[in-house]
Design a protein around this ligand. Structure first.
Ligand code: IDP
Ligand code: MG
Length: 148
């Protein structure tokens, strides 16, 4: 079963949307494997967003992600990476489909509430960076009604 790294960014935490956002992943059937509240250091932020170094929005992005605590989590399920990103919506909330997290709660790209790994390699890197290796899974009784 595929795993992905998802984060509720500081705006989502500050606006009291943690519950709303987690609910959307949870009710879709994604299983929460691990979760923690993190006061993001500049060092962690720079490692996480290393691919964006040099982009015009990079400094603002590091500022944003270190501006308050985030809720980091590992989610598991069939096609978890794609499913989580589809649940979040397009990077720019202005372009995100209604019903997605970014469309329903956001309006600007620099305050888009959530992060989700964009591929298998990124997911493995980000899960390792934020949670370390060897996170145990758990048996969820309802799984047979969600996964075929
Ligand atoms: P993603 O989060 O949908 O994967 P990326 O292109 O990887 O989008 O960008 C990472 C994050 O950087 C975005 O979620 C957003 O917070 C921020 N970002 C991307 N482009 C811009 C921009 O043009 N202005 C401000 N922030 C941006
Ligand atoms: Mg990305």
């Amino acid at each position: 079963m595929e795993r992905t790294f998802v984060m509720i960014k500081p705006d989502g935490v500050q606006r009291g949307l943690i519950g709303e956002i987690i609910t959307r992943f949870e009710r879709r059937g994604l299983k929460i494997i691990d979760m923690k509240f993190v006061h993001v250091s500049r060092e962690l932020a720079e490692k996480h967003y290393a691919v964006h170094k040099g982009r015009p929005f990079y400094d603002g992005l590091i500022e944003y992600i270190t501006s308050g605590p985030v809720l980091a989590m590992v989610l598991e399920g069939t096609n978890a990476i794609t499913v989580a990103r589809n649940t979040m919506g397009a990077t720019n909330p202005a372009d995100a489909a209604p019903g997605t997290i970014r469309a329903d709660f956001g309006i600007e790209i620099g305050r888009n509430l959530v992060h989700g790994s964009d591929g298998a390699e990124t997911a493995a890197f980000e899960i390792g960076l934020w949670f370390g290796d060897e996170i145990p899974g758990w048996e969820r009784d309802v799984d047979r009604w969600i996964f075929e």
